[in-house]
Design a protein around this ligand. Structure first.
Ligand code: ATP
Ligand code: MG
Length: 298
């Protein structure tokens, strides 16, 4: 009898320890989630301030460029074909046009463009983008599309998604100067209630996951940490504005999704985009996601 009592007491003790450990773990997860949300809020406030500043400058600068470009056009048209001043005038025009492209990108970033989400068949979108992707990647990079059958429809701004994928492809190309392979894969994914504490930025529900992987030079920890910062670039001269990844992250976050990046130096890079679906008629997910947090953006 006393053995039975001892056994029951031991069991109760074990149970209460287990409950304590569970409560403790839950508490820690909640604290981590809260800290993460606070960091995100600070980041959003910083971005909003930067956006306002950038927008103001880009807008005024654009007006000045319009005057410069207009006059450079008049000048080069008015010059004789063989005039020694013709080339400088054309260079001026070219530089002005590049400046205009840059200010357009800045304005796009500052505006936090209004999104027009719609039901999107991501597989069809990727197939339609194939030729523009191949052209942007150049001959040295092979493109592979791995499209999941019965992929759920995403609910997202199609034009923005296309430009996000193009941004990722161009980054991948730049990371593979000697050539390599770019894979774009789609799958259905779900974030469950349990997975939520690890990915507080995502609401439980179904997502279309797009994984863009390259066989390029990869990133150091330092680069990966700054990856989503506006104007962060490792590219020299006027090769990069450092706005690509911050625009991708801002757009995906605004769409209710999530970006996770996995990369090691010389090991290539994988960018996971989670794009939300409208749940009702989404098919069963291929996989339940429990860990989407590594090196994340949103
Ligand atoms: N696939 C990748 N492989 C290796 N490094 C990458 C990759 N994608 C991004 N990076 C690094 O992150 C930096 C920031 O990328 P981001 O796209 O924001 O700007 P950028 O490519 O430098 O310029 P922009 O896109 O504005 O022309 C890059 O300069 C590069 O160092
Ligand atoms: Mg880029």
């Amino acid at each position: 009898m006393s053995h039975l009592v001892t056994a029951i007491l031991a069991l109760l003790a074990m149970l209460s320890t287990w409950q304590w450990v569970r409560a403790h773990r839950r508490h820690r997860q909640l604290a981590e989630a809260q800290a993460h949300l606070e960091r995100q809020l600070q980041e959003a406030q910083k971005l909003a301030a930067l956006g306002r500043l950038t927008g103001g400058i880009a807008h005024d600068f654009n007006n000045l460029l319009t005057v410069i470009i207009g006059n450079a056009e008049l000048l080069s048209e008015g010059l004789e074909r063989h005039s020694p001043l013709r080339q400088p005038a054309e260079l001026m025009l070219h530089a002005g046009e590049r400046g205009r492209e840059l200010t357009q990108r800045l304005l796009g970033f500052a505006r936090r463009q209004t999104l027009a989400p719609e039901r999107v068949d991501v597989n069809a979108l990727l197939k339609a983008c194939r030729s523009i992707l191949t052209t942007s990647l150049g001959e040295a990079v092979d493109l592979e599309l791995h499209l999941a059958p019965s992929l759920a429809q995403a609910y997202v701004d199609a034009a923005q998604l296309e430009s996000a994928i193009l941004n990722l492809a161009v980054n991948a190309r730049d990371a593979m100067p000697d050539g390599g392979r770019l894979q774009v894969a789609t799958s259905n994914a779900a974030v469950s209630e349990e997975g939520l504490s690890r990915a507080p930025q995502l609401r439980p529900g179904r997502y279309v996951r797009i994984v863009v992987s390259d066989t390029g030079q990869g990133m150091s920890d330092a680069v990966r940490r700054q990856l989503f910062e506006p104007f962060f670039t490792t590219k020299e001269g006027d090769k990069g504005t450092g706005l690509g990844m911050s625009m991708v992250a801002t757009f995906i976050r605004q769409s209710g999704g999530h970006v996770a990046v996995f990369s090691e130096p010389r090991e290539g890079t994988r960018v996971h985009l989670y794009v939300p679906c409208r749940a009702p008629e989404a098919p069963e997910p291929d996989e339940t996601v429990t860990d989407v947090t590594a090196r994340d953006a949103s």
